[in-house]
Design a protein around this ligand. Structure first.
Ligand SMILES: NC(=O)c1ccc[n+]([C@@H]2O[C@H](COP(=O)([O-])OP(=O)(O)OC[C@H]3O[C@@H](n4cnc5c(N)ncnc54)[C@H](O)[C@@H]3O)[C@@H](O)[C@H]2O)c1
Length: 407
């Protein structure tokens, strides 16, 4: 029997071709109704994307900030005439029978407590990245998820960016790169944007720059390396951005550039470079295996009406992308946020709501990305390499690290 096409399987073109205007998975059931917790920049993206996809309805939003509520409501009115409930209380919102699933898009340092409040509902959750700001909180979330009666999907949606969908397929393909030996990832971009109460200008709220932003990249590197990180060395600092920035009498302390080296158990060597005082955005993943090199790159901009361009190059004889090919989703998908990655993240979440198993980040995988990110932050502080096993032990998560040896 041939399997029907899925928007989460195959090349980006095959995934787009598998989309239908109707939700193909829940046609006989009413649409799930979402609650968005945290109606800031990312909460509004979740509102926009869920409307665009149309597989779920949005029941309501909850946020303590009047400005965020106002902005989200005005965005909502541009999207649809459907009602949107503004909840004043998080627990009341989660326990409302009219809510079927919950998206948490609050600042990083609130994730653990908000998740605990939400979990009383036993409803499915999509939790934004990074899962937490400390390894102890992240471990607590992994424990909670293990006993939880519904899915908890993590917001590592860069896996669904077009160039990484294509790259991960090319890496996994037989007779292509062969066994992976090195991975080099980089991001060049402008400084962090304004946030509500400027939470992202302080390490205590964000977990540090390598945790806040770069957990996406460490997740991708982990997926490509297919092994456990053994040693991490990082060097970085705050060189240009927010040097004179103060909020409520506190000086910003976030790093704006870093270089990280990761050694994996299976011999894969990886690096990550971050620079946040550039004008435009440029991301690159270079994977080299026994038989050749792959480069996945993206050039983008925070300037309005500037489309992104992404490319895949696979230098393996006879490969159709040997000289490089453009990759991407149609504009109507890319324009919805994060160049279409959030759109496919919602597809994954909806399929999980419909009881399907999909390839989306689990709490355990999110914890691995946080382990690398936190070890890198620690290495920058102490100026030496960090042994990941000892680091996990110092942070009270040795059992998680040891259990992964045979898993
Ligand atoms: N997946 C991605 O690529 C991506 C991109 C950007 C942001 N994020 C993540 O999304 C989350 C939100 O980031 P943002 O950029 O939207 O920040 P933001 O400051 O724009 O919005 C956060 C909102 O959460 C609200 N909030 C704070 N505490 C709350 C609580 N206890 N209950 C309900 N609402 C609360 C704030 O009032 C604010 O409106 C962060 O974890 C961030 O790292 C993910």
């Amino acid at each position: 029997m041939t399997k029907s096409p899925s928007p989460l399987v195959g090349t980006t073109a095959e995934r787009v071709a598998a989309l239908t205007s109707e939700n193909p998975y829940l046609t006989s059931q009413p649409k799930p109704r979402l609650l968005i917790v945290g109606a800031g920049m990312m909460g509004r993206e979740h509102l926009r994307v869920s409307q665009l996809l149309g597989w779920a309805d949005v029941q309501g939003i909850v946020d303590p900030d009047g400005g965020s509520l106002e902005w989200a409501c005005s965005d909502w009115r541009l999207l649809t005439k459907a009602p949107l409930t503004i909840y004043r209380d998080l627990s009341e919102a989660c326990l409302d029978d009219a809510v079927d699933a919950i998206v948490i898009a609050t600042p990083n340092h609130t994730h653990r407590d908000v998740l605990h409040a939400v979990a009383a509902s036993h409803k499915p959750v999509l939790l934004e990245k990074p899962m937490a700001t400390t390894l102890a909180d992240a471990m607590d979330i992994v424990h909670l998820a293990r006993d939880y009666p519904a899915v908890i999907q993590l917001g590592m949606q860069y896996r669904f960016k077009a160039q990484y969908v294509e790259a991960l397929q090319a890496v996994a393909a037989p007779n292509a790169l062969g066994q992976v030996k090195t991975v080099a990832m980089s991001e060049y971009r402008p400084p962090f944007l304004d946030k509500v109460n400027q939470w992202n200008k302080f390490n205590r709220n964000s977990g540090g720059t390598l945790v806040e932003k770069c957990c996406h990249y460490f997740d991708l590197i982990n997926v490509v390396a297919q092994s456990r990180p053994r040693r991490v060395y990082a060097s970085g600092d705050q060189a240009v951005n927010f040097l004179d920035f103060e909020w409520q009498g506190e000086q910003s302390d976030i790093d704006d550039h870093a270089m990280v080296i990761i050694d994996y158990d299976n011999g894969v060597r990886a690096s990550f470079t971050l620079n946040m005082f550039c004008r435009e955005l440029y991301e690159e993943l270079v994977v080299v295996g026994e038989h050749g090199r792959l480069v996945a790159s993206e050039q983008a901009s925070f300037q309005p009406d500037t489309p992104s361009t992404a490319q895949l190059l696979v230098e393996v004889p006879e490969h159709p992308a040997y000289r490089g090919v453009p990759v991407g989703y149609p504009d109507w998908i890319e324009a919805s946020g994060h160049y279409g990655a959030t759109f496919f993240e919602h597809i994954a979440f909806n399929l999980q709501l419909a009881g399907q198993e999909v390839d989306a980040a689990t709490p355990e995988q999110a914890l691995w990305s946080l382990i690398v990110a936190s070890a890198a932050q620690h290495s920058m502080r102490i100026g030496r390499e960090v042994d990941v096993s000892a680091f996990c032990e110092e942070n009270g998560i040795a059992a998680f690290f040891d259990a992964s040896i045979n898993s």
